[in-house]
Design a protein around this ligand. Sequence first.
Ligand code: NAD
Ligand code: UD1
Length: 349
Amino acid sequence: MAAQSILVTGGAGYIGSHTVLQLLSGGYKAVVVDNLDNASAVALDRVKELAADAAKNLVFHRVDLRDKPALEKIFAQTKFDAVIHFAGLKAVGESVQKPLLYFNNNLTGTITLLEVMAAHGCKNLVFSSSATVYGWPKEVPCTEEFPLSAANPYGRTKLFIEEICRDVHRADSEWKIILLRYFNPVGAHPSGHIGEDPRGIPNNLMPYVQQVAVGRRPHLTVFGNDYKTKDGTGVRDYIHVVDLADGHIAALRKLSDPKIGCEVYNLGTGKGTSVLEMVTAFEKASGKKIPLVMAGRRPGDAEIVYASTEKAEKELNWKAKFGIEEMCRDQWNWASKNPYGYESQDGAK
Ligand code: NAD
Ligand code: UD1
């Protein structure tokens, strides 16, 4: 059977680059579209090094998704079997300051993509949604049927795109769409050659911890220690980015199921870990002390969020393999080899 060709939007980013590597290793061809607004081209060079012989199956276009003529050209060159759509802006705080930027980039980008896909007869899509759509869940674990809400413009773009996908499928049942709700992706490829490289001050816990460990920041601020949790700090479902990447391969396989319409799956581990437990695991993995400063709760934060993994296990035949020890080990391996992210090879940022 000929190798399937997959278009990966946002494929130079954190989750995208890990997924592209898994695609190449799994015998797929990958065409990446990324405007590099929040990524480095070095990530894809590293993916090629890791992919060895399969590197020839990777093509990169530096293109903004909203550039319809450029996207048309890419679809005219290759007949895609499916699209994995990661491209989007994801900083919650920035989305509150600049909502129109988020609506323009994430919504216009997605609508343009869907239009071009339809015009070229490619109606198979895997989309990156987020556990953020569960808001502050009334109970845990979160199942896919829980009520949805959004606490900020970023989250709203995820909700809107999910709804757009449901409508697109309702209007034309040829569309097969899988919405993946990620919990908290952390860690890096075990090689330490690719990983998360946020621009500016990290918003998320583990990139921040990592920067404290390499001496770029003096301490971690813990947002709230008065939650009703085991140690008072927020509880999340951290998932190794390689497990998450594999979840996309499972979703691609599911798209060949004739019965699939527009379906949603959680990608998490089903386990809740507190901020302090995560810090302790990282200290153990790195041998570094992470100084802490306790502070008030971050607006919009939920107390406890973790996934029900039943549906993905049953229907995608996918289950996360790694625990927090491996997540911290691989995060530290990446951080210690690349203390300034992809810029490390050219000197400090
Ligand atoms: P990332 O920022 O590393 O990757 C996103 C990529 O999209 C970047 O490389 C960026 O340059 C590109 N991009 C953005 N807008 C674009 C546009 N208009 N045209 C072309 N390229 C564009 O983020 P990530 O962590 O890899 O996340 C990937 C997806 O998963 C995003 O949609 C994000 O919202 C979603 N998600 C991420 C998390 C997380 O914690 N990382 C959690 C839930 C959902
Ligand atoms: C955050 C976003 C969410 C987004 C997700 C992935 C908010 C309110 N939520 O989720 O919309 O989908 O990232 O990008 O921003 N923490 C600290 N100190 C820090 C950073 C985080 O104590 O410097 C704590 C948080 O309070 C939380 C936990 O660590 O309890 C995880 O935080 P984070 O990594 O930002 O993920 P989420 O809050 O789950």
